[in-house]
Design a binder for this molecule. Structure first.
Ligand code: ADP
Length: 157
């Protein structure tokens, strides 16, 4: 059984992330979506809210698990029995950053392999930071995020 982890901030989860997760579940037996707790960086949404929004957005997926973690990603992966670390690529800027991260993680733990996946073309440009920026300026985020996130961020009272 090949377990993969998909670590990230997911602040909030977007349709781009969902595409990556869907592909991951088609390739691997189980995908663990892991929200990283960034020490000293509070973020936009609390960690538990991010985890709950991911769970609600992925309730039709069977071979997934959603959790949060702190510390080194490779240590978390090892504790989960994961041999694969999924990351997404949008453009060459992502590539530069992700390549460095993959090599660092490989130096820390050569047993864990990073696999890069891409979103559908129509979701490729989406980022959580753009969602936050558009939301703050009262723009339309309905094409960028799954329904539970839209409901939570826009329609919640
Ligand atoms: P991090 O803070 O770890 O970069 P993010 O939640 O922003 O966390 O992203 C997690 C991963 O998903 C990263 O590898 C990022 O490049 C990838 N990703 C985010 N949005 C997209 C998208 N629209 N298409 C492809 N990959 C994406």
């Amino acid at each position: 059984m090949t377990i993969a982890i998909y670590p990230g901030s997911f602040d909030p989860i977007t349709n781009g992330h969902i595409d990556i997760i869907k592909s991951g579940t088609e390739i691997f037996d189980k995908v663990i979506i892991a929200v990283s707790k960034n020490i000293g960086k509070e973020g936009f949404l609390p960690i538990d809210t991010r985890v709950n929004l991911i769970k609600e957005s992925l309730k039709d997926f069977e071979n997934i698990e959603v959790t949060s973690y702190e510390g080194l990603t490779v240590d978390f992966a090892k504790n989960c029995g994961a041999k694969v670390l999924i990351r997404g690529l949008r453009n060459s800027l992502d590539f530069e950053y992700e390549m460095e991260m993959a090599q660092t993680n490989s130096a820390l733990c050569c047993d864990i392999k990073t696999v890069f996946l891409t979103a559908k073309p129509e979701h490729n440009y989406i980022s959580s930071s753009a969602v936050r920026e558009i939301l703050i300026n009262k723009g339309d985020i309905s094409k960028l995020v799954p329904n539970p996130v839209l409901e939570y961020l826009v329609y919640r009272k």
